[in-house]
Ligand binder design. Structure first.
Ligand code: PEP
Length: 249
């Protein structure tokens, strides 16, 4: 069975209360669009509550990160349970900006994915090779290692989404060729099948992320084994996000 596509927007550290007008516009434009696909916005934690109200019934909301523990003395952190409490149903874990900027290891990412599951959230586990690994032909080795160490045992098609995000493509305007994306997604699917069995692997959504825009979305989303997209910059403007959603078959 082909997985139901997911178009997910990651607002990163962008968005003040006044930018909720973009979500209002997304909400208006997305009415009825969610029939064959799932839509998701991951706003900053400060806007989760307001976003949940605005997008209710039109798009899901998710966190951009979570702590591995349920509660405690972790100043500034947000538990998966807190995200769920506000209506989130997804959380991104292991984004390359967290791995690089906050020193998160594959083991940290795995623990965060388990925390997401504990709270009933779907974990969007991000993987991606650096420009150096890409140029050195090390991409599949690096991705295989990240996949093995970041995805916990017990993964299912419901509790996990995998997002392939080449670091060099994020925010750069550069994307891999469609052939390269297809090869990586085939590799990820095959790799998951070897560990979790074909039925689970075939049901897990594999997203592509990195400079997805309205003008390249249709081509990327048509690639076999690409079950949606994770979108940074282009999710901040309702018109762009909605255009990408419309490009999803
Ligand atoms: C991202 O950071 O997850 C991302 C895909 O960013 P962008 O779309 O801006 O490249």
């Amino acid at each position: 069975m082909t997985p139901r596509p997911l178009i997910a927007g990651n607002w990163k550290m962008n968005g003040l209360l006044r930018h909720l007008t973009e979500l209002e516009a997304i909400s208006g434009a997305c009415a009825g669009m969610g029939e064959g696909k799932d839509l998701l916005i991951c706003p900053p934690a400060t806007l989760l509550s307001a976003s949940a109200g605005l997008l209710f019934g039109k798009a899901a909301i998710g966190g951009q990160d979570c702590h591995a523990e349920t509660s405690g003395a972790y100043t500034g952190d947000v538990a998966a349970e807190m995200l769920a409490d506000l209506g989130a149903t997804y959380v991104i874990v292991g984004h390359s900006e967290r791995r690089a900027g906050h020193g998160e290891s594959d083991a940290d990412v795995r623990a965060k994915a388990q925390a997401a599951w504990r709270a009933g959230l779907t974990a969007i586990i991000c993987l991606g090779e650096s420009a150096e690994d890409h140029e050195a032909g090390e991409k599949l080795r690096v991705l295989g290692a990240q996949l093995a160490a970041s995805v916990p045992d017990g993964m299912s098609a419901k509790n996990t989404v995998i997002a392939y995000e080449p670091i060099w493509a994020i925010g750069s305007g550069r994307t891999p060729t469609t052939e390269d994306i297809a090869n990586v997604h085939d590799f990820l699917r095959q790799n998951l099948a070897e560990r979790f069995g074909k039925e689970v692997a075939d049901g897990v959504r594999l997203l592509y992320g990195g400079s997805v825009k309205p003008d390249n979305a249709a081509e990327i989303l048509a690639i076999v084994n690409v079950d949606g997209a994770l979108i940074g910059g282009a999710s901040l403007k309702a018109a762009d996000f909605v255009a990408i959603c419309r490009a999803c078959p």
